[in-house]
Design a binder for this molecule. Structure first.
Ligand code: SAM
Length: 368
């Protein structure tokens, strides 16, 4: 049909085709004419296919993909751990294509008086850190608590909160961040006064983060880890099985206790999955870095994980309110701001005198 208002570019094409058809009917007969028409259509189709470069490329890609070796179950698992650790997975399937497992009942433990964010908020207030490094930013909830010069590192963050700090962000993994020569440039030579390690929930990642962070700390610095007290074994699996996931980061504390008795470790009974404050840091120590290959092999044991009882019932933890009420914090900030290079250890040891929780007073799981 000619387009209305435009001249038909081929006015005689139909007429020409029917004259040829009539002529062929007379000379070779209708049956041969139909065969010739089919042949002509086939030739036209193969010319179109020949010219259709994109279709050919698509076919080639599909063939290549089909010929590629399939990833082994181990490779698939590693890819999925990597991917799933970086997202919120509410309402989705887990890496094995299963719906999220119903969480096991939580092990009985004393009710927590503060959340991890409340602790972090108070640490910002009490320490007035000159610099703050956060690994694992996600929506910016914890970053929103900072009022100081800050660096945020996360390969997939999407900040949705108002921020109140002088911030530089790095959209990358913490491992890649620490490789960068300009990683800590924003701090203009100051050490990291306060760090929050809340990135990938796997012990080998969190331990590497600590090793890298400590190198840029001073004896006055404080490092906070999240997710150090999972509430049941399933929450502590390396392969994420539950919506609320702590991962096996709790193992980092065992490693630090074993290899770095010089550190002061203060596990806190916070909501939901416990935090750990690490102090008396030594940026010159290479003990952990040297042990990393061997320790990593031990940390990355396959699920199921068995979370120790004193982690589950939080008998190793202290009450965060009691710890934050100590007058050590302002004394510490004063010493740091006066430029003192020593005198911190005694303060940290004093802080470590806060007694751990009594597991006998543990509340039943239903209270949480
Ligand atoms: C629990 S969320 C952080 C929550 C945030 N700290 C808060 O409290 O508001 C964990 C974040 O770690 C990030 N993450 C995962 N793997 C990481 C890695 N290798 N390095 C840095 N961040 C990582 C994820 O993208 C995710 O946004």
């Amino acid at each position: 049909m000619p387009v209305r208002g435009r001249a038909d570019p081929y006015p005689d094409a139909m007429g020409l085709r029917s004259s040829i058809a009539n002529g062929l009917d007379r000379t070779v007969g209708p049956a041969t004419r139909r065969r010739l028409l089919h042949r002509e259509a086939a030739v036209r189709r193969s010319v179109i296919n020949f010219l259709d470069v994109e279709a050919k490329a698509k076919k080639r890609r599909a063939e290549q993909k089909a010929a590629e070796p399939k990833p082994t179950p181990e490779q698939l698992r590693a890819q999925l751990i990597e991917r799933l650790g970086q997202r919120s997975l509410e309402g989705t399937l887990n890496q094995e294509g299963l719906k999220w497992a119903r969480n096991d009942p939580y092990a009985p433990h004393p009710p927590a008086t503060l959340s991890r964010h409340e602790v972090l908020e108070q640490l910002h207030r009490l320490l007035a850190p000159r610099t703050y490094l956060e690994i694992g930013v996600r929506w910016g909830d914890s970053l929103g608590l900072s009022r100081t010069r800050s660096i945020g590192v996360d390969p997939e963050f999407k900040i949705r909160n108002e921020l109140h700090c002088d911030l530089r962000t790095f959209k990358t993994t913490s491992d890649d961040f620490f490789e960068r020569p300009d990683a800590l440039e924003h701090f203009e030579g100051l050490p990291i006064d306060l760090a929050f390690i809340d990135g990938m929930h796997l012990s080998d990642f969190a331990l590497r983060d600590f090793v890298n962070v400590e190198r840029h700390c001073s004896p006055a610095s404080v490092v906070v880890f999240d997710d150090m007290l999972p509430r049941n074994h399933l929450e502590g699996y390396r392969l994420r099985r539950t919506v609320s996931w702590a991962g096996d980061v709790y193992k980092v504390q065992q490693v630090l206790r074993r290899l770095r008795p010089d550190l002061v470790l203060l596990p806190l009974n916070t909501k939901p999955t416990g935090t750990l404050i690490v102090a008396n840091l030594d940026p010159t120590s290479t003990v952990l870095a040297d042990a990393l290959p061997e320790v990593t092999r031990q940390l990355t044991s396959d699920d199921p994980q068995t979370v120790p009882d004193d982690v589950l019932n939080r008998s190793i933890a202290v009450d965060p309110e009691q710890l934050l009420a100590s007058d050590v914090w302002p004394r510490l900030a004063e010493l740091r701001d006066a430029g003192a290079s020593e005198g911190y250890r005694d303060l940290w040891v004093e802080l470590a005198q806060v007694p751990p929780l009594d597991p006998v007073e543990a509340a039943p799981a239903s209270q949480h």
